[in-house]
Design a protein around this ligand. Structure first.
Ligand code: ADP
Length: 412
């Protein structure tokens, strides 16, 4: 069985499309209809038609432009493209020919003559603009029109871009405001809970499940976790909006790392991991935003805890390298695949299956929102530093581990 010859028909009016499909279908053609210019270019790339019928007045790219573009495809270069249009203004035929059409059939289509007209074009008939003079006149007009349309499109794009930026600003202003609004009551709840815990007449013990003291400590812990989520959301928004202002103070990195580990291990319900410190006590003081660098260390170290099974080791080292401090956080965990090494620093990027999500900061493979490393990178870079990860790959059996590197500049 031989395949039917293909005709591509660019037409946004369904009744014309149906009519032509019926008439030419009866003549043994297979008519594919597309309704706009972009679809025509896509289809034109995939099929080998014997003829293209082109409605000129389509939305988006018009028929002239689509024709010019189709002519650039090697396999369509010599295929007849016939303009079919109702707007029979003076010069329309010439414009179509200049754009690359082989001829012109005015609408409404004369059903009786149509198959014959189509056959003539397929058979090799080509119309031409009468004189060279007219040709160059229309060519100039066509070029000018194209540039005008281009200008109009650029203007539209610029406007759309501005609107999007405005929307983005409104969104980040809202998130920043909401973050600040949430932060205050959370601090109050956490503070009052801590205060309650200092009162000797609160019965029970922190580890006595069900006792008032235990319940209060659970509320305090949950509040702290919630604050950290709010802090991550706030930070990522501030970083995106370039609004992260740093409160620079001198810090001892050693003390800060110890405090992160102390707070993490107080949450680590039954995890057994070894922490090794290497040379941190010999590092010179840094000048950084203390709260934010704490957050960086917290995010990176809590990840090492999350992705290292029990019995593993997390080694924290520091060296002075020229005018920077080079910190490494090395774990003996599941590791990270090479293709994920950059992506894990992207917003909302989580490798774990989110249906197994557990919002624990310390449980093995406990999930997060995928903001931790984005925030860490934003904060480190705002300090003029760098953060990256090295790992041989991910293997939950062999546990190749990951090493996070953080470079922070020394005060000048
Ligand atoms: P989350 O808040 O979900 O932990 P992060 O931005 O902190 O998000 O981390 C992104 C992803 O990078 C994690 O979901 C995890 O798959 C991977 N990842 C981060 N740190 C480690 C690590 N030390 N070992 C293995 N995978 C890690």
């Amino acid at each position: 069985m031989t395949e039917k010859p293909q005709i591509l028909y660019v037409e946004d009016d369904p009744s014309s499309a149906t009519l032509v499909q019926r008439v030419l279908g009866a003549e043994g053609y297979n008519v594919t209809v597309v309704t706009d210019g972009m679809a025509a270019l896509e289809m034109g790339q995939r099929m080998q038609p014997v003829l293209v019928l082109m409605d000129i007045n389509i939305s988006g790219m018009d028929g002239y432009e689509v024709t010019t573009r189709l002519r650039a495809f090697d396999h369509i270069k010599d295929v007849p493209i016939v303009a079919v249009t109702a707007a029979a203004l003076r010069g329309d035929r010439e414009r179509a020919l200049i754009a690359g059409c082989s001829g012109y059939i005015p609408k409404p289509i004369d059903i009786d003559r149509f198959p014959e007209q189509v056959q003539e074009f397929i058979g090799g008939m080509r119309e031409e603009v009468e004189s060279e003079e007219k040709k160059s006149e229309y060519l100039v007009e066509y070029s000018r029109r194209l540039v005008e349309r281009l200008e109009e499109k650029i203007r539209e794009l610029q406007q759309a871009h501005e609107d999007l930026q405005h929307l983005e600003r409104m969104k980040s202003d809202f998130v920043i405001l909401a973050g600040h609004e949430l932060r205050t009551p959370l601090t109050v709840i956490y503070g009052y809970n801590q205060l309650l815990l200092t009162m000797p007449d609160i019965p029970g013990a922190v580890d006595e499940e069900g006792s008032p003291r235990y319940l209060i400590s659970q509320v305090a812990e949950a509040t702290k976790r919630l604050s950290q989520v709010v802090e991550d959301i706030l930070n990522v928004t501030l970083i995106d909006a370039n609004k992260l202002d740093l409160k620079i103070v001198p810090i001892e990195i050693n003390t800060m790392v110890e405090s992160v580990i102390k707070n993490l291990t107080s949450l680590d319900a039954g995890r057994s991991l070894e922490f090794v410190f290497d040379n941190l006590e010999n590092l010179p003081p840094l000048r950084v935003d203390s709260q934010r660098i704490y957050q960086v260390l917290w995010n990176v170290i809590s990840n090492s805890v999350k992705y290292t099974p029990d019995g593993g080791t997390i080694t924290l080292s520091g060296r002075v390298l020229e005018d920077t401090v080079h910190l490494t956080i090395k774990d003996t965990g599941i590791g990270i695949d090479p293709q994920e090494r950059d992506r894990i620093f992207d917003r909302f990027y989580v490798l774990e299956n989110t249906s197994l999500h557990r919002t624990s900061k310390t449980a093995f493979k406990g999930g997060g929102m995928g903001l931790g490393l984005t925030v860490a990178r934003g904060i480190v870079e705002a300090h003029g530093g760098k953060i990256w990860v090295e790992s041989e790959g991910r293997d939950e059996e062999k546990l190749p581990g990951s090493t996070f590197h953080i470079l922070l500049p020394l005060p000048t």
